[in-house]
Write a protein that binds this ligand. Sequence first.
Ligand SMILES: Nc1nc2c(c(=O)[nH]1)N[C@H]1C(S)=C(S)[C@@H](COP(=O)(O)OP(=O)(O)OC[C@H]3O[C@@H](n4cnc5c(N)ncnc54)[C@H](O)[C@@H]3O)O[C@H]1N2
Ligand code: MOO
Length: 431
Amino acid sequence: MSLSCFEFVDKKSQLTLEEAQQLLLDEARLWHQQQDRVHRLPLQQALGAHLAASLSAPQAVPPHTNSAMDGYALVGASLVSQTQWQLVGTQLAGQMTSHRLQPGEAMAITTGAALPPGADTVVMQEQCHVEGDQLTIQRAAEMRIGANVRQAGEDLQQGQQVLAAGARLGPVQLGLLASLGCADVPVRPALKVAVFSTGDEVVAAGQPLAPGQIYDTNRTSLISLLQALGCQVSDLGILPDDQQVIHQALAQAALTHQLVITSGGVSVGQADWIKPVLNQLGETRFWQLAIRPGRPFAFGHLGQNASGETCFFAGLPGNPVAVMVTFMLLVQPLILALQGAEAGAATPVHAQAEEEIKSRLGRSDFYRARLSTSPTGQLSVRVVGEQGSGRLSSMHEANCLVRLDEQEALKARGDSVRVYPFAGFLAGYLA
Ligand SMILES: Nc1nc2c(c(=O)[nH]1)N[C@H]1C(S)=C(S)[C@@H](COP(=O)(O)OP(=O)(O)OC[C@H]3O[C@@H](n4cnc5c(N)ncnc54)[C@H](O)[C@@H]3O)O[C@H]1N2
Ligand code: MOO
């Protein structure tokens, strides 16, 4: 809890967002050089994981040339010379006839069935007429040779790189690997992350509130954000504003995790113990950023865990919106990098300001806002709701953050502004 009434700020010691992001990515790169963590997961357990190695197609997809329609397979050149074809059998999906079709012959075929030898064209059933074993085709001469046929390897060729190392495995990527017959994949193991809330005033949901107390918002937000990134999360509860207890709890958590995250107690108040404890247990790599919300943000190391790996620490501010914003801008890129992702921090898009926007202070200001698309495809954005960093309800109204830097103190209506859509952060698979 911050009890100090004065705000003394040494602006020179505050990193910009980009400086902080770069430092986090450098730390993650170093960490990866020190250990080569790979394990194999069955495809259906690999959602959200990152590939540890690039993967090439062991075989072509589709493996055989096949029909895209239910209909009749024939020799395409015969469409101009014939008016009738003799039906010589049926090829269902999963079957493989050895009969080689001659120009005057046709074979009934279903969607997905391999083309019989000699055939190169399929005519849709709806354009055909069958009597006995004789097939006639409406406007046969207008048909395209090669119509309704999917060539072997037209989706993926054998040996072609399908996914690069670091790719995030979402539903699309997992489907692609399944189409190649992969039963399991080499991935980076899920990051083990411990989450604490801190503060004497903070109470877990389900308990009665005494005067002066509030419910714990941040643990729930953080745990769900971490789960969406595929982390293995330990919910370690709420710590009181007590240096000894915090010291003990962080030291213990550092033994079995790769990242420990706290919220609250990271500012300059009399009861803010996070920074001193971080310095006792390990080291602070940076503290205080030139962003709002989220200036008090501590990043560092808590020494080594029981596996000999560096255990990272992120001390987020207590205000619930500052938690969300610093997670999106800083913790998420760190986690993605530690989990071996190829993508870095989210990049902004540009949109027209629907109204004037003023920056409030000499740092990067992130406003909760709503991004819309006009019928002509023009992106526009307006700030929504109250911007106090304790006011989570305006986060719910918003679908993006608008960023105004120190040198962009005022944006007029119609000016272009930088926007970070939540979809880019929260969907994760887009990263
Ligand atoms: N003199 C100064 N005071 C403050 C500064 C500063 O630079 N100088 N920075 C302000 C900013 S910016 C923020 S953000 C806060 C961050 O302070 P702390 O990280 O020490 O956080 P607390 O003081 O513990 O809490 C802030 C606020 O958030 C509420 N909180 C805390 N944890 C939770 C939780 N789990 N769920 C819901 N709400 C929580 C807490 O009750 C406070 O209201 O410091 C400013 N002060
Ligand atoms: O981190 Mo604070 O007020 O900038 O929310």
